[in-house]
Design a protein around this ligand. Structure first.
Ligand SMILES: [Zn+2]
Length: 275
């Protein structure tokens, strides 16, 4: 069951997709689920998208927002839906529908459908402006019911999370019911940035990263190392005081152990060779 704010955030994803559809008529749409504080939509633009384009898309979405567009629901047979999306050139939606048709609902992840299914035979489509999406809903009644939103980030994402698939552009947006909630969240981001470990690490002389050692592998300076020690001591004290006991396990083990755990099959290439 989606909460009200999730319904708003997801409706906002449709609104942004509708803006993209107007600005980039050849864009192909992946999926657009909700995330914490907002939503994203994975889109194949067929061209490179920059931060400047993001502003343009946001402006267009704000224009549509004011137009009070309805989220029009339509229930159709799955084959009819495949036809509709084929005609629209929406290959990714066609793929999802074909999967749904042949493999049933279990093989298609829920967020990929962002909902779709009434039954496997019937699916629901939602139209916002010129944009038609495959979706189970629910959505708000009209775009005007969406509070405040802002597109804040671009990233790459492989279609269905598989690296052999095409890379789509993921547009992230923030969406809140009220402006003051958006402001509070943006202020929180500014505060979090001030406490970013990469910033504090340098300023407080806690650690540095050396390319020769590797990314994400900090070399702790005396101030950082003592801080580590203090936190670790606290951690031991707190656990022991609360009835936990300590155990130790070796760093290496018999090959059979890793075969049983499944590591051998998956990570064999990146593991130390058997001694
Ligand atoms: Zn939807």
């Amino acid at each position: 069951m989606k909460t009200d704010i999730e319904i708003m955030r997801h409706s906002c994803a449709h609104l942004v997709a509708a803006a993209v559809a107007e600005l980039y008529p050849k864009a192909k749409f992946g999926v657009g689920p909700t995330v914490e504080n907002g939503f994203y939509y994975d889109i194949d633009f067929g061209t490179l998208i920059t931060e400047g384009d993001l502003q343009k898309i946001e402006d267009k979405a704000k224009e549509l927002h004011k137009q009070n567009l309805e989220f029009i629901r339509q229930e159709v047979k799955i084959d009819e839906a495949i036809d509709i999306f084929k005609k629209l050139g929406q290959d990714y939606k066609v793929e999802l529908l074909n999967d749904l048709k042949t493999k049933g609902t279990t093989k298609v992840k829920d967020e990929e459908l962002a909902g779709v299914i009434e039954s496997v035979d019937n699916v629901t489509l939602y139209q916002t402006g010129k944009f038609i999406d495959l979706c189970r809903g629910p959505h708000l009644k009209t775009t005007k019911d969406i509070g405040v939103f802002k597109l804040n980030k671009l990233a790459g994402a492989y279609w269905r999370g598989k690296s052999e698939n095409p890379q789509l552009t993921r547009i992230y947006g923030l969406c809140f019911a009220k402006q003051k909630e958006m402001d509070a969240y943006l202020a929180l981001l500014v505060e979090a940035e001030k406490r970013d470990h990469r910033k504090l690490g340098k300023e407080l002389d806690l650690y540095h990263i050396d390319d020769m050692v590797g990314l994400g592998l900090p070399l702790w300076h005396p101030k950082g190392a003592i801080l580590w020690r203090l936190i670790e001591d606290f951690w031991y004290k707190y656990h022991l005081a609360n009835g936990y006991e300590l155990v130790r396990t070796p760093h290496i083990g018999n090959k059979a152990l890793w075969e049983t755990s499944g590591h051998w099959g998956f990570y064999n290439d990146s593991m130390y060779p058997p001694l």
